[in-house]
Design a protein around this ligand. Sequence first.
Ligand SMILES: [Zn+2]
Length: 264
Amino acid sequence: MLIDAHSHLDRYENTVQSALGEITQHTIFTISNSMDLPSYKRNLKIGEMCELVLPTFGVHPWNAPEYVEHLEDLSTVIEQSPIIGEIGLDYHFVEDTSQYPAQQKVFEFFLSAAKEQGKIINVHTKGAEKKVLHLLNRYDIQRSIIHWYSGPLDVFHELVARGVYFTIGIEVLRAEHIKTIARELPANQLLTETDNPGGLEWLTGTPGMPAVIKDVIEALAKLRKTTTEDIMQTVQTNFLRLIQNDPWLSTPYARLDSEINKLK
Ligand SMILES: [Zn+2]
């Protein structure tokens, strides 16, 4: 089984059926992140269409100003979501520094819920890597997935030492800095992602389809001087370890349970 630990299936419009077709054909377990409430509603519907899709709720830093005054209203939805994501900070694409306090308030609200509920989080760190590290420490977050890390290497090594998992995505095919990160990441903290459909679109202008995860795996195999089978197996084992005994991913999520059993 392949693992796409960071994707946004709600953003496929009329191609969602063919995306789900590829997910089924290649058996790609997919975490479909939300960026706000409307995207979560759509992800929940998509999740009902395919048992390999796990919809998760979060408020993306880009949408923080819209939600910052109504955070308590999100509590029930957060509690229903088995994993929390996408959340985080963005000091790179968001240049308007007046939004940073809202980003931090929203992020901390989710971190506090994640801590209290013992949930895995899926995190965006662009340009704010050091601050994210600091907040993960402050909230004593035990299980996190850092998505598409492209920040400084010293912070990367601190995050590695903290035990976070990293999703390596399609930029590993293109950027030297990402290649370095992909090489230096300890094998037991490696996960894969597509950030579909926007990730590839941002890099090449063409929306990504789920099977691009295979290109990521091939690139990782070359960089880490091993086989694609080894990378697939490693990522699968890592993902299984990460979600092992997670109460939020058992009873009410029977479909995931069966997938976890297949992973074993
Ligand atoms: Zn994302």
